[in-house]
Design a protein around this ligand. Sequence first.
Ligand SMILES: Nc1ncnc2c1ncn2[C@@H]1O[C@H](COP(=O)(O)OP(=O)(O)O)[C@@H](O)[C@H]1O
Ligand SMILES: [Mg+2]
Length: 180
Amino acid sequence: MSFDFAFQPSVERSRVETLATCAWVRAKETLLIQGPPGVGKTHLSVALGVKAIENGFSVTFYRLEELLAALRADAELPPARLRRRKYLNVALLVIDEMDFEPMTRTKASLFFRLVSYRYGRGSVLITTNKGIKDWPELLAGHAVLATAILDRCLHHSHVLNIKGRSYRLRDLEQAISLRQ
Ligand SMILES: Nc1ncnc2c1ncn2[C@@H]1O[C@H](COP(=O)(O)OP(=O)(O)O)[C@@H](O)[C@H]1O
Ligand SMILES: [Mg+2]
């Protein structure tokens, strides 16, 4: 999967290459990929997930909505069974699209439990189009919970902030500029 770095100058090739060594996964750190729609967040998260697999790490990939549904369904499991769930025990958990409607309080606290459990045990990669300041709103407007989650996500973390054009719209942009 090739990423066109020339198209997205805010993404430094050397930083992505460093992340592709997976040292951050080995160190159980967090990676936050932020940016507007279409700039390659999912693309990069999948590419880095594949790198992690090639480096021998276990990886699982969820969109946030699917993850919350799984957490909800598993909420009553006894701890020993819960700990065998992939989202808890893989070396790298990718959470894509942390950017939709605000969570309910129940979901926000399940998410908090997940992040707390994984903290120091394994890596998390989150993609989002929300800035950090929008997280409290996303997390059921629960400022204390949002602070606790951010605290765990941002401690030992890397942030890729992508500022640029949507790759999805580039053909459209070309078509429009040809017509002008
Ligand atoms: N810089 C890039 N080089 C090559 N393909 C890209 C690039 N950025 C995005 N894409 C492609 O454009 C589409 C949209 O990217 P995606 O990763 O889904 O964006 P996002 O998750 O940020 O909304 C995907 O098919 C992706 O592979
Ligand atoms: Mg995406």
